[in-house]
Design a protein around this ligand. Structure first.
Ligand SMILES: [Fe+2]
Length: 541
């Protein structure tokens, strides 16, 4: 448990220029070839840490509001210690500082928190009392060492006129399948905000079965307990490109399945023999490790196997982000087969798929979301979640034509309720963003999903994976004529999505890296779309 201790020397004003700071005995310096590549390309705020420091996992910030932000780090002098301790067992005091300038001379607040083994020596500082809509810089000092400096940003005040916001979103970063060059290029784009939309880690290990596809091995077995999940997050956070990104901008986060187990739904494992009781024990470990490694507020502290993740964040009068949890509360997947609960393409005879009593978000989260629609007053409304929203009539690998059971197509009534609520509340400029499917999509979400001529209610953009394999390109292209609401699809490259948002329009760029096997991969634009204010549906630019 991290406890915030007010510091007698903390300052709350911007005027504390030049106050004496704790002097570090050891400065973190950038080392290593990959890190050098990162540095050559982007700002100084992302730095891999040298060995011996407790700050091997970098720093991060998140959940920005108009007066605050969450600052995160975790002490881990041996980040992959086999016992999951990070190489530290005693409680330690961690000093944090947040400054108005990048040289950290104008420290505006400082405090000390205690980090201990109960939350793996992670630190989540909820800073309040900051100025809206401006950058801040922060660092931590502990065990005689100083962390890298991170840059963050507060949101504009609720009524502020905001001209422009740049955000980027990403999903599906499988460590073994490639380098995280996409993360490095995201940081170089200098976004105001980054959204991680799921599969931030993968619980399983590819190299055990597919040695030929492994780009970089790790020693971790499939994560099933707290030690396993902690070390899988720690592994990812040792990546210099991911550290660079977290240190460059605040983030909002949601999860998909691989933060726990492939294709899980609520309390149900994909493995039929696993009881809900046993699976919830595993989920509790996974959720705890997630909290420990993400810049989440204290209200997201896990209680047993539950963690409150869904959230609503606004940026002035420009945009509200509704961050949704698509895994924790969902109904069991429809028409499960007797031998496995994995998703599959179910034929039209599966009527459970459209059962009104089933939900992907859970009925409580649906209510929270729809209530938010009623009071929304920003120019744009972005719904950030984990999966493709659009319906997709498709042919499975076995030739069966139908719908995928473990995405929104498996919860059609919940999707219809959500789109109806958007329509009935006349939610302004709704745009869904998502991940999971390892491919780029631009779709029109129609009032009547079965009628391509019905009005478009919302726009959807889905980003490809950071490294994970894409689905078969040809097979999916062949199904597109049956899915005329899909404006664009491509699964052949890895990358991310960048969005430039103004009151007038939303410009969405699909960015791709040259090669996931190349730690120095370059980036290029595959496609750009524009959504004009008041005209749902992305138009190719
Ligand atoms: Fe994925």
């Amino acid at each position: 448990m991290t406890k915030q201790i007010p510091s007698s020397s903390a300052s709350n004003g911007l005027s504390r220029r030049g106050i004496p700071l704790l002097r570090p005995t050891r400065r973190t310096l950038l080392t290593g070839t990959t890190a050098a590549v990162s540095m050559a390309l982007i700002s100084r705020y992302g730095r891999a840490s040298q060995s011996g420091t407790p700050f091997t996992l970098g720093v991060a910030s998140g959940a920005p509001t108009s007066d605050g932000v969450v600052l995160w780090t975790r002490l881990a002098p041996e980040p992959l210690a086999p016992d999951g301790s990070g190489g530290i067992t005693e409680a330690a005091l961690v000093t944090w500082e947040i400054a108005a300038d990048e040289a950290m001379r104008q420290v505006v607040q400082r405090g000390t928190v205690e980090a201990d083994r109960r939350l793996a020596h992670s630190v989540h500082v909820e800073v309040a009392g900051l100025q809206p809509n401006r950058p801040y810089w922060y660092r931590f000092i502990a065990l005689g060492a100083e962390s890298p400096i991170g840059r963050t940003r507060t949101a504009p005040a609720a009524t502020d006129n905001v001209d422009h916001l740049r955000f980027a979103f990403a999903s599906c970063s499988h460590y073994e399948l490639g380098y995280f060059s996409a993360y490095r290029h995201m940081a170089a784009d200098d976004p105001d905000l980054v959204l991680f939309l799921g599969d931030y880690i993968y619980e399983y290990t590819v190299s055990q079965e597919y040695a030929d596809r492994t780009v970089r091995k790790h020693d971790g077995p499939t994560a099933v307990d707290l030690v396993g999940y902690r070390n899988r997050y720690a592994l990812h956070r040792t990546d210099p490109d991911l550290q660079t990104l977290h240190a460059a901008a605040p983030c909002l986060v949601t999860w998909d399945d691989h933060e726990v187990e492939n294709d899980y739904a609520n309390e149900w494992s994909q493995v039929v023999a696993t009881t809900p009781e046993a699976f919830l024990r595993r989920r509790a470990a996974a959720y705890q490790a997630y909290y420990e490694h993400m810049p989440l507020r204290a209200r997201s502290l896990p209680h047993g196997s539950t963690l409150r993740l869904h959230d609503r964040i606004r940026f002035g009068n420009l945009v509200t982000f509704s961050v949704l949890d698509g895994r924790q509360y969902r109904s069991q997947q429809p028409c499960a087969r007797p031998d496995t609960r994995r998703g599959y393409v179910a034929p039209d005879s599966c009527t459970e798929r459209v059962d009104e009593n089933r939900t992907l978000l859970g009925f409580e989260q649906e209510r929270w979301l729809f209530d938010g629609f009623k009071t929304a007053d920003t120019a744009w409304n972005v719904l950030a979640q984990n999966q493709l929203i659009a319906q997709l009539r498709q042919k499975g690998a076995d030739g069966v034509v139908g719908h995928w059971t473990e995405g929104w197509d498996g919860y059609a009534a919940g999707r219809r309720r959500m789109l109806e609520a958007i329509d009935q509340t006349r939610l302004t400029n709704p745009v869904f963003i998502g991940g999971d499917i390892h491919s780029f999509w631009a779709t029109d979400l129609k009032a009547d999903l079965g009628d391509p001529t019905s009005k478009t209610i919302a726009t959807e953009f889905v980003g490809t994976s950071i490294t994970s394999d894409g689905p078969p390109y040809q097979r999916f292209m062949e199904m597109l004529p049956e899915n005329p609401h899909v404006r664009f699809f491509d699964s052949r490259q890895r990358g991310y999505v960048r969005v430039d948002l103004t009151r007038r329009r939303m410009e969405t760029s699909f960015l791709v890296i040259s090669d996931r096997r190349d730690p120095k991969a370059t980036v290029s634009t595959m496609k750009r779309f524009v959504v004009e204010n008041g005209k749902p549906g992305g138009v190719a630019d």
